[in-house]
Ligand binder design. Structure first.
Ligand SMILES: [Zn+2]
Length: 560
């Protein structure tokens, strides 16, 4: 799943950045069964044959190859990404898929811009220099180079609530100051209310409007999300589109300080971080001038690069329906390699790619050909903002009005925790694909549950959403084991803390590969059923996308 929201506001960017670890287990208390449960729909002989031809060995081989060191983490606009794209294209060719990229090719090229911090990037407090990437990192959306200096002011949470008699900015002149802000909410303030009130955005806006030279964010040591996590992402190379705008030039630099970095900064002012946070947690707190200067330099090297989607198709057998296609998608990119580290992306998303390729292989060996055509799309640039899928959706190599549905896979590896007995269909509640999934799952003894982590807005954060925007009913499948959901949710949560989007996302010896095959079986059989059904899937008329038509180019209403 992608990390950054495409929204220009830092609040959203940061929220999305950390969404990956927001799982909240109690949400499973929600009702599971839909109002009208569709009946089980037994597998036809051809569907059984398809499932038989989707094999564990194939999934294992492809995951192993794509997550190996020599694929260098399949980085967007890096040689490893190109190597992976060519490898997948070769696979498509060997399976007999026809090319559906640029000019008779399997590859669809996309131009990118890479932004990397240079060694000139610095944060000095007094005469002490902080370490980039461990003490601090800039938010790079300022589109490169920025300098700022000024006296340090600590405003704690920066809350101004006159009725509650709280004014943390009282008496402070922030003009030209380097302002240190504690990330809210304060302890005891419900996170949901803080979000609902858009408190962070309001506070930042207020401080910027008072002329701050730079905004420095520190953690309060209690939140689930740490500035260290932000720094980890923000100090990596960034990928965006060549013409993509960052923040307007008048927005001052935003910087995150780790606990270590914040301790250094406060120590240089004669006040400890601990004392500052303690004072800042009182209602009576007023801004403190720290009698110390800070100087910040953000300097980036911006280079152009390219990366490729890989697209192939199997032609349908029905003279009329073959004009229409079922789209299968999975992103192959991971975070590439940087500073000697390889981000292998085994669960996210070599595994999903392998499952999709296993589906392609199953169909290619099937004795009976499906009526509609089948497109297999392996996209790049997902981690940085769904770039590859958005590119294809905007420049489709198949008439988008004739794309029946998209089935997407983007993994966190929960399908290899054991035999898959639980499934989430992200987007199931919006279209007729939901009841198709229910019917099939029942046959396979799998229970379909609603999104177990609605706060994370996963539905908006992977490639299927690029097709939703263009009016194509879409579903992302997530598999999980049987048993107490809290057990596997905890395992996801623990894994996200240590390995998600980190070099540690590698194949684990305890993976139960059968679960991955089950997910591929569901994807394949569902694809078969979409292919054979006379009418294309439809949006549920009463739902959020009820009025959407295939080929839509209008912006969708903002996420709820
Ligand atoms: Zn992913």
């Amino acid at each position: 799943m992608k990390v950054f929201s495409n929204s220009p506001t830092i609040k959203r960017a940061f929220a999305a950045l950390l969404l990956g670890s927001l799982l909240s287990v109690q949400l499973f208390a929600q009702a599971v069964a839909p109002a009208t449960a569709p009946a089980a729909s037994p597998l036809l002989a051809v569907e059984k044959e398809l499932a038989d031809k989707i094999t564990v060995q194939n999934i294992k081989d492809v995951t192993t190859a794509l997550s190996a060191d020599d694929m260098e983490g399949r980085g967007t606009a890096q040689p490893g990404g190109d190597k992976a794209a060519n490898w997948i294209a070769e696979r498509f060719k060997s399976l007999g898929l026809k090319p559906l990229g640029d000019k008779g090719n399997y590859l669809q090229k996309i131009e990118f811009k890479e932004t990397v911090a240079t060694p000139e990037t610095s944060f000095k407090v007094g005469d002490q220099s902080l370490d980039y990437g461990s003490d601090f990192a800039f938010v790079p959306q300022n589109n490169g180079n920025k300098e700022a200096s000024g006296d340090l002011v600590f405003v704690s949470y920066g809350i101004q609530a006159k009725q509650a008699n709280i004014d943390m900015l009282a008496g402070a002149n922030l003009m030209g100051k380097v302002v240190i802000i504690t990330q809210g909410p304060p302890p005891g303030f419900p996170e949901k209310d803080w979000e609902k009130q858009k408190a962070s955005t309001m506070i930042r806006r207020n401080i910027i409007s008072q002329g701050a030279a730079a905004l420095i964010f520190i953690g309060n040591g209690t939140g689930e999300h740490t500035p260290e996590e932000a720094i980890n992402y923000l100090s990596r190379r960034q990928i965006s589109l060549p013409g993509e705008e960052g923040y307007p030039p008048q927005v001052p630099p935003f910087v995150y300080l780790s606990t270590k970095g914040a301790e250094k900064v406060f120590a240089s002012t004669g006040m400890s971080l601990k004392d500052a946070l303690a004072q800042g947690n009182t209602r009576e707190f007023k801004a403190i001038s720290l009698k110390q200067k800070a100087k910040l330099v953000a300097k980036y090297k911006v280079t152009k690069g390219t990366s490729n989607n890989v697209v192939g198709y199997l032609e349908g057998s029905d003279p009329k329906l073959k004009e229409e296609a079922v789209l299968f998608s999975a992103h192959y990119d991971a975070y590439g390699s940087e500073n000697g580290k390889i981000y292998h992306g085994a669960a996210d998303n070599a595994l999903g790619t392998a499952e999709m390729l296993a589906v392609a292989e199953g169909f290619s060996k099937l004795t009976q050909k499906p009526k509609r055509s089948l497109i297999f799309l392996s996209v790049t640039g997902e981690e940085y903002g769904l770039y590859g899928s958005k590119h294809w959706a905007k420049n489709p190599t198949w008439d988008i009005k004739k794309v029946a549905a998209d089935l997407n896979l983007d993994g966190i590896g929960s399908e290899v925790y054991g035999p898959v007995k639980t499934m989430v269909g992200y987007g199931a509640e919006h279209s007729s694909l939901g009841s198709m999934l229910e019917g099939l799952a029942k046959t396979m003894d799998i229970s379909v549950i609603p999104d177990p982590m609605p706060d994370e807005k996963v539905f908006y954060r992977s490639d299927h959403y690029s097709f939703v925007e263009r009016g194509v009913p879409s579903l992302m499948l997530l598999g999980a084991p049987a048993g107490d959901k809290e057990v596997w949710m905890k395992r996801i949560k623990d894994w996200e803390k240590t390995d998600y989007h980190q070099p540690g996302d590698v194949i684990q010896p305890n993976w139960a590969w059968d679960g991955a095959e089950t997910v591929a079986d569901v994807m394949g059989v569902l694809g078969w059923r979409i292919s054979e059904t006379e009418a294309m899937p439809t949006w549920l008329p009463t739902g959020r996308f009820g009025k959407l038509e295939r080929g839509n180019t209008k912006d969708l209403p903002p996420e709820p």
